[in-house]
Design a protein around this ligand. Structure first.
Ligand SMILES: Cc1cc2nc3c(=O)[nH]c(=O)nc-3n(C[C@H](O)[C@H](O)[C@H](O)COP(=O)(O)OP(=O)(O)OC[C@H]3O[C@@H](n4cnc5c(N)ncnc54)[C@H](O)[C@@H]3O)c2cc1C
Length: 435
């Protein structure tokens, strides 16, 4: 287990055993950002023969302190399985087999079940530190990986054959040369902005309050998405009968739910559950997040690729953001490994465009899906209320509609990366891809 090893490792000298494309480079790939997406990419590339630098402004152990939980899709489970870390993660997270969708107080509740998709489960919920711990453990033995952290990327110069990164490490600066820079530096990506890559999107009128609660009654391993006029309200089942909640509301209202006394907050949750979960206990602090939708116009430039939140962000409804980033990492790995095996220059724009063509459109579909969900349901315009309730009733009756929604939500639509390892899902004939 990698514990607090917040060390600054300076670039390794090139050794004969390292299969470099270009010996004038310090690294073949520099990954800027060691969040879950950057770590996943490093893990996926660790045996590729490429020399990797993983750079993060925070110490290596920072991710082990984060208690936030995520909805994890079936596709992410398959990718982690391909990375050989799923067996470590699965016993520490919750598996859910039912998703319950409800609209305010309407009785038209939709229950999505495993039969609707033909899979043994519909998804998982796990905490940030659990995923980070498994990824760090897998990286412990990576021979061609150099950690540079805490180190901040403060400047990038793009040359014909390399990206030259200036790093600030403690008080000093240092330069490294990499054949490819991957920006995994989050939604406010400085690397994307320095490269002048434009984005499209908007800030929502809403923010999210997140918290972990422990209800008196069993959460029954059901993932709940309850749509209210103020915004979606998700309840994700965690181990020890805890639930991660994500309450979306207009900014001022969300701030109010962040600041109010704990008892008032819990009373509001209780009202939303109509008392069905019994007495509620708050476990830990509440946190507030602004919500935005963002899509980069380009995911690649010569010597540069964007992944995860650096490339796109979406509304948290449906719990998709991190899952899309993990899929980016798996797709980019496949493109880079193939190019490397063919002897191509992995930082060449023609290579990187293969990744962009693969992921940009697929991500756009999910961004659009989450936006549509939020706008349709966070609305009290009577004709729209009538249409969406009719939609929910129709969905209850029509299994193909449920299947379609589930394929989008579980990540099983679109092109599957090679890394997504055959699990019980792939053997199931009902698991049809949309691609
Ligand atoms: C309320 C809420 C709920 C969510 N729920 C879900 C969910 O249920 N499921 C889901 O899939 N997604 C969810 N998401 C989205 C998810 O949190 C993000 O998509 C995901 O965390 C992005 O990961 P990342 O690795 O791309 O970026 P980040 O986690 O932001 O990591 C970026 C890393 O880059 C480093 N960095 C930044 N700048 C530099 C620099 N200049 N030099 C060096 N290092 C740098 C940072 O230190 C950081 O470690 C949710 C989001 C919100 C707001």
């Amino acid at each position: 287990m990698v514990l607090d090893q917040s060390v600054t490792v300076l670039p390794n000298p090139v050794t004969a055993s390292q299969q470099s494309n270009n010996s004038s480079l310090d690294y073949d790939v520099a990954i800027a950002g060691g969040g879950i997406v950057g770590l996943t990419l490093a893990c996926a590339l660790k045996d590729s023969g490429l020399r990797i630098a993983l750079i993060d402004a925070k110490p290596q152990s920072a991710g082990l302190e984060q208690r936030r939980a995520y909805a994890i899709t079936l596709m992410t489970g398959q990718i982690f399985s391909g990375l050989g870390i799923w067996d470590k993660i699965l016993p520490r997270i919750t598996t859910f087999k039912q998703i319950r969708l409800a609209d305010e107080t309407s009785p038209a509740v939709v229950n999505l079940q495993t039969d609707d998709l033909g899979t043994p489960e519909l998804g998982y919920v796990g905490e940030h530190f659990v995923l980070v711990q498994a990824l760090l453990e897998a990286l412990e033995t990576a021979e061609h990986l150099t950690w540079l952290c805490p180190a901040e990327v403060t400047q990038v110069d793009y040359q014909a054959d390399a990206a030259v990164l200036t790093l600030t490490i403690a008080e000093s600066t240092q330069q490294i040369r990499a054949g490819l820079l991957v920006a995994a530096d989050g939604s406010r990506s400085a690397i994307r902005q320095w490269a002048g890559i434009h984005t499209q999107g908007w800030q929502y009128w809403q923010s999210c309050v997140t918290a972990v609660i422990r209800p008196e009654a069993s959460h029954e391993n059901i993932a709940r998405e309850h749509f209210w006029e103020s915004g979606p309200f998700a309840t994700l089942p965690l181990p020890d009968n805890r639930c991660q909640i994500v309450l979306t509301a207009p900014h001022a209202q969300a701030k109010h739910w962040l600041d109010v006394d704990e008892s008032v907050f819990l009373a509001e949750l209780n009202r939303r559950y109509q008392g069905q979960l019994g007495k509620l206990e708050l476990v830990g602090d509440r946190a507030l997040f602004p919500v935005k939708l963002m899509q980069s116009r380009e995911y690649s430039r010569s010597r540069l690729a964007l992944v995860g939140d650096a490339a796109h962000c979406c509304h948290p409804v449906g719990g998709q953001g991190m899952n899309l980033g993990i899929r980016d990492a798996a797709a980019l790995t496949q493109v880079l490994k193939t190019a490397h095996q063919r002897g191509e220059d992995i930082g060449d724009l023609r290579v990187l465009k293969r990744y962009e063509r693969w992921r940009q459109f697929e991500n756009l579909i999910i961004l659009g899906f989450t936006d549509l969900l939020d706008r349709c349901f966070s609305n009290h315009w009577l004709p729209l209320v009538a249409i969406r309730r009719l939609g929910l009733r129709t969905m209850r009756q029509l299994r193909p509609l449920k299947t379609l929604a589930l394929q989008l939500m579980t990540g099983l639509s679109g092109r599957s990366p090679d890394l997504a390892e055959a699990t019980s899902l792939k053997n199931d004939p009902a698991n049809v891809s949309l691609s």
